[in-house]
Write a protein that binds this ligand. Structure first.
Ligand code: CP
Ligand code: NVA
Length: 334
């Protein structure tokens, strides 16, 4: 499998075999890290990390992964650099490509990461856009494989706001890998857009998966994976909370809902999550709307079925695999 020089902008651009390779590489790199084995194929190389939106997991994963691989990193955000205000994304990409061996971008529309990829001569990695979050999906799939085995045939039900980066990415991953995906929300404004849904339904025909949508929470019956994400994403107006809470509270993942899933089902969330009142934003929303928890109850979040922190750890191993593969190294060969 040769992925050297490839960008990683959305899983739409990757085949099942390529995704399988990245997941297998991630598992090997994780085992090496656990065994304390150092592998530094990229000593002397450097990568740039652009974050126009905030991050804990993705930034730390890129930094730790790069350092483990022997590379240097430079972090750029929109307050401490010229990006967006005095310099276009295209000019920024042209500058960075002269100094760095790879560029990560987290920010707004998918067209921005595409612009960087068009202007750069080095691999560009999507660290989250409004439309897609492909590195998160690699971590999610690695976690499912570790907990439940093969991906093909697994039933995944995604509750809440499925029309943004996480819902879209889950639909694409399911279509590529043969999983049965259902988006469950109060009405169609929360479902992934028609064009992407049609494309995924076509891919699902050849992978053996399926793409479904439902407004009935009993679609969780027999599910292997219950997934949810925040109801208002980064970059969306704060005023959206009221509408989302009203629409989506009946779709909260709580103990009652988890009972509908298969007994072995796992609960997943990309994080960060509103499951208690231990953040300033949760406190504010509690004062305004009286909510104690939102997309997931605290009980489910902290339950035995919850694998959210294993997912978070897997962000690093899978991002390391993406960097290694697209820069052309594999520990079994290099
Ligand atoms: N899941 C995720 O992308 O987390 P961060 O926003 O902390 O990077
Ligand atoms: N949908 C969320 C995902 C965060 C990892 C957001 O875009 O804020």
């Amino acid at each position: 499998m040769d992925l050297k020089g490839r960008d990683f902008l959305t899983l739409c651009d990757y085949t099942k075999e390529e995704i399988d390779y990245l997941l297998n590489l991630s598992a090997r790199l994780k085992a090496m890290k656990r065994a304390g084995k150092v592998w530094q194929p990229f000593t002397g190389k450097n990568i740039a990390l652009i974050f126009e939106k905030t991050s804990t997991r993705t930034r730390c994963s890129f930094e730790v992964a790069a350092h483990d691989l022997g590379m240097g990193t430079t972090y750029l955000d929109s307050t401490g650099s010229q990006i967006g205000k005095k310099e276009s994304i295209e000019d920024t990409a042209k500058v960075l490509t002269t100094m760095f061996d790879g560029i990560e971008y987290r920010g707004f529309g998918q067209e921005r990461v595409q612009q960087i990829a068009d202007a750069a001569f080095v691999p560009v990695w999507n660290g989250l856009t409004n439309e897609f979050h492909p590195t998160q999906l690699l971590a999610d799939m690695l976690t499912i494989k570790e907990k439940l085995g093969e991906l093909a045939g697994k039933k995944v039900v995604y509750f809440g706001d499925a029309r943004y980066n996480m819902g879209n990415s889950w639909m694409v991953a399911s279509a590529k890998m043969g999983m049965h995906f259902t988006a469950c929300a109060s009405d169609e404004k929360y479902f992934p857009d028609e064009e992407l849904t049609a494309k995924c339904s076509e891919w699902a025909k050849s992978s053996g998966g399926s793409i479904n949508r439902s407004t009935d929470i009993s679609c969780a019956e027999g599910a292997d994976v219950i997934y949810t994400d925040v109801w208002v994403s980064m970059g969306e107006p704060y005023e959206k909370w009221e509408e989302r809470i009203n629409d989506l509270m009946p779709y909260q993942v709580n103990a009652e809902l988890m009972k509908k899933a298969a007994p072995h089902a796992i609960f997943m969330h990309c994080l960060p999550s509103f499951h208690d009142l231990n953040t300033t934003m949760a406190q504010d929303l509690h004062e305004r709307f009286g909510v104690e928890d939102m997309e997931v109850s605290d009980e489910v979040f902290r339950s035995e079925q919850s694998v959210v922190f294993e997912e978070a750890e897997n962000r690093m191993h899978t991002i390391k695999a993406v960097i290694a593969a697209t820069l052309g190294a594999d520990p079994d060969f290099n």
